[in-house]
Design a protein around this ligand. Structure first.
Ligand code: ADP
Length: 542
């Protein structure tokens, strides 16, 4: 017997109509590529998204066809989020930091029909446009006054002209909530990128779960500034969640340096932000270097890579900003787990609480987690046994676009490629990505622990630990370090810093000091490049 409740579809357009009617006057503030700060509201967002939906229809975009963007975080990008998905098309957010060859490959693979881009990407689009056979229409996301005088792109359209030419009268269509809504490619450090195709249903369920108080806790009283780009897993769901809860939104546009971010935090009263650890490093360096403070910021969500405990301490103890450490991936929409202290932790002292907060936390409701050994057998949740993390749930990918990567699931679970432990309380801790694990004499050494220790040294700006080949142990940890400017730091001093902090045999064999560490398109350390450069360092020494 079925229940007798209405079977209304969970559609992305519903978020927008809710935002318009329930918190229409709430602001959306954007720093634009044109250089100024722009202000709009959810009411205007709704009107402009409907104009844009009419424009997409006039451009011949059919249900399910891909609408691509190459854009920073801003209100026009948000309009595209709703106009494309809301009208039944699929929003394909492309990461502009990828190599142009990869970018062209992705646009071709996705069969994008139209590309909307911020002016800063004009040279990039001009360079790849001749290779994009499926792309018939290019739109510059700007107004007439800022359109380029000359371009090699034929019939380049102007975003604001397009909107002005169409009516705000548009009925959002109703369709199956399982319909595709947006597409995001994983960065593909090995092999081709793979497309993760979200649905309306997965997006809305993810938004509900992520907004919960013990998850990321977004409220209508918040002012949210997503530093995480709208091309990195839908800015971790913030463009949807903000409409759901009615939070004021502040978009940083292209200016992601510490000063620009801090200025915007202060000017707009930002209460919560979200991004990868490398972004916060720049922000903290600016704030601490200039003796500044955060006067309104209460909380920051850090994920995408492990948050070093030293960063947790800096935010919480020196700046009164609570860190919420979260784990996820493109295939998990992205939220999988969140680290929140529970009442059981109240009696713990500060170092014990910090140790817990350094974990990636517990599964949010909707996501199930288990860890398995090399044979796929479940491992105990005892905080010690480490194995591959497997997840399942209604916002976890079941496959990739166009069948790329074959069927990824194992017995209905998605293998994450992350190695982790889970303790009796359900707290999961990533020790490594399986491809980054260091195998010393058959034993595994987790690189994240070793990096966290180095990051706690006051002279270290950034640290990465990689597997270097070793004549006796196959692999041994090698630490690659960028020093903080003005700090004297020697190899022996840094290696001495490990004493008493970790089992002696885990201590890295050597340290190499470099000027910079390569970061990928989403701000993560590219360990594959470091391995290419330093893999034989220990062999050479031996
Ligand atoms: P990619 O980095 O390949 O572009 P994703 O952005 O989907 O793809 O990254 C997902 C991966 O990032 C996870 O599998 C995990 O290895 C890593 N990751 C995400 N959040 C955390 C975290 N809080 N701590 C450690 N690793 C994390």
């Amino acid at each position: 017997m079925n229940g007798l409740m209405m079977d209304r579809p969970l559609l992305i357009s519903g978020l927008l109509t809710h935002a318009e009617s329930q918190h229409g006057e709430r602001e959306i503030v954007s720093r634009r590529v044109e250089g100024d700060v722009h202000r709009t509201s959810y009411r205007e967002l709704g009107q402009r998204a409907r104009r844009l939906a009419n424009a997409l229809a006039a451009l011949g975009i059919a249900h399910g066809e891909r609408v691509a963007t190459l854009a920073w975080n801003g209100y026009r990008h948000m309009e595209l989020y709703y106009a494309a998905s809301g009208s039944g098309a699929v929003l394909h957010t492309i990461n502009p930091r990828l190599h142009p060859d990869q970018l062209a490959w992705i646009a071709h693979h996705a069969e994008d029909r139209v590309l909307f881009f911020d002016l800063s990407f004009l040279p990039l689009v001009e360079a790849i446009a001749p290779r994009l056979a499926t792309l018939k229409t290019f739109v510059a996301m700007t107004d007439r006054a800022h359109m380029p005088d000359a371009t090699t792109i034929p019939n380049l359209l102007c975003y604001e002209d397009l909107l002005a030419a169409h009516s705000p009268a548009f009925e959002w269509p109703e369709f199956d909530e399982r319909a595709a809504s947006s597409l995001c490619y994983t960065s593909g450090t090995t092999g081709h990128p793979k497309g993760v195709l979200y649905s309306h249903r997965s997006t809305l369920l993810h938004a509900y779960a992520a907004a919960l108080p013990d998850a990321l806790s977004y409220s209508g009283n918040d002012v949210i500034l997503p530093v995480v780009p709208m091309f990195h897993v839908n800015a971790w769901g913030i463009p949807y969640i903000a409409c759901m809860v009615g939070a004021k939104l502040v978009f940083p546009g292209p200016s992601l340096d510490g000063k620009s971010l801090h200025d915007l935090f202060e000017a707009e009263g930002v209460t919560v932000s979200a991004g990868v650890p490398t972004v916060w490093q720049g922000l903290l360096a600016h704030v601490e270097g200039h003796g500044l403070a955060f006067s309104t910021m209460r909380r920051t969500i850090i994920g995408g890579s492990a948050c070093p405990p030293a960063m947790l301490q800096a935010f919480q103890e020196r700046h009164g900003v609570q860190v919420v450490h979260a784990w996820g991936m493109t295939e998990t929409s992205p939220l999988g787990s969140v680290c929140r202290l529970t009442p059981d932790h109240l009696a713990l002292d500060a170092p014990q609480r910090l140790a817990i907060q350094s974990k990636q936390g517990r599964a949010v409701f909707g996501v199930e987690m288990k860890i398995v050994d090399a044979h796929g057998e479940r491992l105990p949740h005892d905080g010690h046994a480490a194995g591959e993390l497997m997840v399942r749930g209604p916002w976890i990918a079941a496959g990739y676009f166009h069948g790329e990567g074959a069927g990824p699931l194992v017995d209905g679970w998605f293998p994450t490629g992350d190695v982790s432990t889970i303790d009796a309380g359900g707290f999961m801790q990533i020790t490594d990505r399986s491809k980054d694990v260091i195998k010393s004499g058959g034993e595994w050494i987790g690189s994240i622990d070793l990096e966290n220790i180095a990051m706690a040294h006051p002279g270290v700006a950034m640290a990465a630990c990689i597997a270097a080949r070793h004549p006796k142990w196959d692999e041994r940890p090698l630490l690659v370090v960028v020093k903080k400017p003005g700090h004297e730091l020697t190899r022996d001093e840094l290696l001495g810093f490990y004493e008493g902090r970790i089992a002696r045999w885990w201590t890295p064999d050597d340290v190499v000091f470099v000027d910079s560490i390569p970061l990928g398109g989403t701000g993560k350390i590219q360990k594959n490049l470091l391995r290419d450069a330093w893999r034989d360092h220990l062999l050479a020494q031996a």
